[in-house]
Design a protein around this ligand. Sequence first.
Ligand SMILES: [Zn+2]
Ligand SMILES: [Zn+2]
Length: 244
Amino acid sequence: MLVLFSCKSDDNGSNVTDPDSGSTPVSAFDEFNPDAVTVSFDGDEITIESNGLPNHTSPYWEETNPLYIEPVIAVALTPGRIGGDRSYSLTVPTSPQIASTSTATGLGAIGISVTGVPIFNDLEGPNRPLEEVIVETFDYAGAHNGPSGYHYHIESYDVPENTELSYDDEKLIGIMSDGFLLYGRREMDGAYPNDLDESGGHLGATQHSGDEEFYHYHIVNEFYLGNVIALFAGDLQGTPNAIF
Ligand SMILES: [Zn+2]
Ligand SMILES: [Zn+2]
C-alpha cells in the first residue's frame, strides 16, 4: 500500500505544507471503480481519468445492457442513454489548499465520483435550480442523462436496488475539482459533523487517513427540495481545476 502523506508538522509547529488543509490520503483512491477510473500519481499531482460509465444499475442504460433496470424512482427519463465516447480528466495537487476566496461552481462536471460518473451541482441550466420536474428524472442513483452524458446531482436513494452508493452514511462520494474529497453525510463514527463550513467542509480524519486530519467535504445533511439532498450545492473552498 502506497502511503504518501506529506510532511507532518512536528512539535515545534514547523510545517512544509499548508498546516490547514493537509494532504489527500492515497488510500481513498482505492474506492474508485477500476473499470471506469484510472488514477495516476505524478510527483505532487494526482490525475483522475474516467469514462463516466457507472458500475451500478440504472434505467438510463440501454435496455440491452445487463445493468439496465426498469425505473424504481424516476417517473420520467431525460433523453439519451449511458454510453457514448465520454472521457473526464481531472488533475489536482496531492495537497490541495484552501484558497483565499471561494469559487462558485459552474454547469458541467464539478467532480468525479467513485463510480466514475461526474458530479454536477444543484443547477440544471443557467439560473435554473433543480426543481420538481427535474427531480422526477433522477434514477435511484440521483442521476439523469444530459447532453454531456450521465451525471449525478443528488444523493442516491435508499432502495433495495441501491447496492453501491452512499445513502446517509460515511462513504466516499468522490473528488471535487479543487482536489478535496467529498464524503457522505456522516463521519466514520456515524455522527453528523457539526463543524462544517458553508460548503460542507471541515478539517478532520476519515476512514482513509488514520489519525491524519485533512480538509474534506461532506454532503450537507439538509433537504434541498422535497426529500432530495444535493451532493454539492456550495462554493468550492479550494482552487478549481478543469475537468475536460
Ligand atoms: Zn443534470
Ligand atoms: Zn469529516
